[in-house]
Design a protein. Sequence first.
Length: 192
Amino acid sequence: MRHRPLYEALSAFAEEAAWLLAGDTADGAEVPFEVVESRGRRLDTPLYCYRPLTDAFIRDRVGVFGRLPTYTPAARLLAGLDGVAAYLREQREPRIPLDPRELADAALRVFISRVFSEATEFVITPERLERAYAEIESAVFEGRADAVVVAPLFGLRIASAEIALGEGLSLIGGEELEDAPKDAVWPLGADE
């Protein structure tokens, strides 16, 4: 089961980062390329391909990500999770910061680099976002089990969609849950 707060925070951040990066390229910034040699059908004929260095382009702009409205909530959420260093190791990041905030900053940069890996246009596709999110989620939550407990809390009315309690625990209104048992959402005799 997907960690909803993390997915929503990273999706929102990726969307804003895409706009920022697309704006930079529209203003004339160029994504650097490298020429890669690969073998064609005939072994004696090399084939040369251009490969965009999206990671370098993103790394050069990492300082402006912090000004995006969705950056701080995403960084704060990542800073509170345990497996972020494991994610950076899996992505072969050369330096793993010890400070939780620096760790979160590095993870957000790597995440955005993975969303746009080898892309020349900064348009989010569901496939790219899902792949990059699956990488970070599997590393951060490896060895953990997600559970959903559905129970009515009498006398409590939630004004927002969700109340985060910390450590991945949150309260949500029953109407927010798909497939929740009807009696757990609004038990018989409960006032609306």
